[in-house]
Write a protein that binds this ligand. Structure first.
Ligand code: NAD
Length: 418
């Protein structure tokens, strides 16, 4: 037997007991990004390297259901879950229709036990949606970053929130290094000159610099931030970080990195800022006009954390005025970004859709983590501590370490319905 707490329509908390047989017939609803225009895709390589369990404890190579290197994150990929779930008597609904009142995700969530969503195509699981879904017991993030779930409302309803911590941290750290180099060396505009038949070396060079010798700082030195610094260290930059949690002294010495007790101190010092903190009430809109105004003129920002950490209009204005020399990232709000989102059309930018954490390499790892979380749930076992964001009505595990309580989904329902 296990216990679930639900809030009834009258607002009263009810405690319901489920037998393991009930658990064996769960309904799982999963929001995944649409299949690519060419499906199945023509893969560039036969597989992905087996890198071991350094960053993520769930091993995709130990899962007979998975073939690492295949597209699992789109609708037809179904995270590789269907036959595994159905063989155990569960129901799986997969959809990419996740936004607006009455969309398929919202309809199917109403009697679902478990919701799965990916940050790249987030199904915003707002308080309103939770209120309509009395059976909901767990929201799983296939990836990292659970800000698309109203964590406050989840805690009020004792809905567990889990994610696959570590699964794509190298994928993102590599992307950050690529974007920093791309901006500082003026790669994207120079590529456009070459592909459009031009040869204007002066134009390519007039915004191109070496990264060597620059001050580079990360807002947060968690799993991704630290990996970014390790990867940049050989470029002979001067490294800086700001975080609530100080790194061990040995790591500070090894990387010769300077700690800043405030974000203001960091941004006033560095030439390049990389943002690697979660989105939670403390970090929402952190990079507003005021903070950007404290940065060195001609600084760069790379944000692969979450779009809402930056004020979208302040970023565009700073690029236009020259306060910022460049901005790159793959995260937006809402997602997918509307066609008229200001970041789709701003100077000196290197924006992409949100895909840094869903490389084929990363997918195999976060899908293995989803299998593990589901297996533990069905077998009534404890979840891995680092995979927990919310449990028993409070922040737990990675959530307790990296988030503050509250909600950052505000506006998502309206924005995504527009
Ligand atoms: P992590 O939990 O290992 O590290 C997060 C760090 O942020 C922690 O050290 C924490 O102390 C710090 N932090 C939190 N709030 C802070 C604040 N107000 N000021 C300073 N530091 C603060 O997480 P991670 O694996 O490094 O991931 C970080 C975030 O990156 C995720 O939450 C997610 O939003 C984003 N992410 C994006 C992608 C992508 O595909 N673009 C993929 C993975 C993760």
């Amino acid at each position: 037997m296990f216990r679930a707490n639900n809030i009834t329509s009258s607002g009263r908390r009810s405690v319901r007991y489920f037998s393991s047989a009930h658990r064996q017939q769960a309904k799982v609803v999963c929001a995944l990004y649409p299949d690519p225009a060419v499906y199945p895709p023509k893969y560039a390589r036969d597989s992905v390297p087996n890198v071991g369990l350094d960053t993520c404890p769930s091993d995709p190579w130990a899962r007979p259901e998975l073939t690492p290197g295949q597209l699992l994150g789109s609708v037809s990929g179904e995270l590789g879950l269907r036959s595994w779930l159905e063989a155990r008597g569960h129901t799986l609904v997969v959809t990419s229709d996740k936004d607006g009142p009455g969309c398929e995700f919202e309809r199917e969530l109403k009697d679902a036990d478990i919701a799965i969503s990916q940050p790249f195509w987030p199904a915003y699981i707002t308080k309103e949606r939770m209120e309509q879904s009395p059976n909901l017991k767990m929201c799983i993030t296939a990836g990292i970053g659970s800000d698309h779930v109203d964590l406050e409302a989840a805690n009020d309803r004792k809905i567990a929130v889990t994610e696959v911590t570590g699964s794509n941290v190298v994928s993102v750290a590599e992307h950050v290094v690529m974007m920093i180099l791309g901006l500082v060396r003026n790669y994207i505009p120079s590529n456009k000159i070459a592909t459009s038949g031009g040869w204007d070396i002066g134009e390519c060079a007039s915004r191109a610099y070496d990264l060597e010798g620059m001050n580079v700082g990360t807002v947060a030195a968690g799993r991704i931030g630290l990996r970014v610094m390790r990867r940049l260290h050989p470029f002979d930059v001067k490294l800086h970080y700001y975080d609530h949690h100080r790194l061990p002294e040995a790591i500070e010495k090894e990387l010769n990195v300077t700690y800043h007790p405030t974000v203001e101190s960091l941004v006033e010092t560095v030439d390049v800022v990389t943002i690697n903190c979660p989105l939670h009430p403390e970090t929402e809109n952190l990079f507003d006009e005021k903070l950007i105004g404290k940065m060195k003129k001609g600084a760069y920002i790379v944000n692969t954390a979450r779009g809402k950490i930056c004020d979208k209009n302040a970023i565009k204005a700073a690029l236009e005025s020259g306060q910022l020399a460049g901005y790159a990232g793959d995260v937006w709000f809402p997602q997918p970004a509307p066609a008229d989102h200001p970041w789709r059309n701003m100077p000196h930018a290197g924006m992409t859709p949100h895909y840094s954490g869903t490389t084929l390499s990363a997918q195999a790892r976060y899908v293995a983590g989803v299998f593990e979380i589901l297996e533990n749930y069905f077998e009534g076992k404890e979840q891995r501590h680092e995979y927990l964001i919310c449990q028993d009505g409070k922040l737990a595990g990675a959530g307790k370490h990296s988030y503050t309580s509250g909600n950052t989904t505000d506006g998502s329902y309206a924005a995504a319905s527009a």
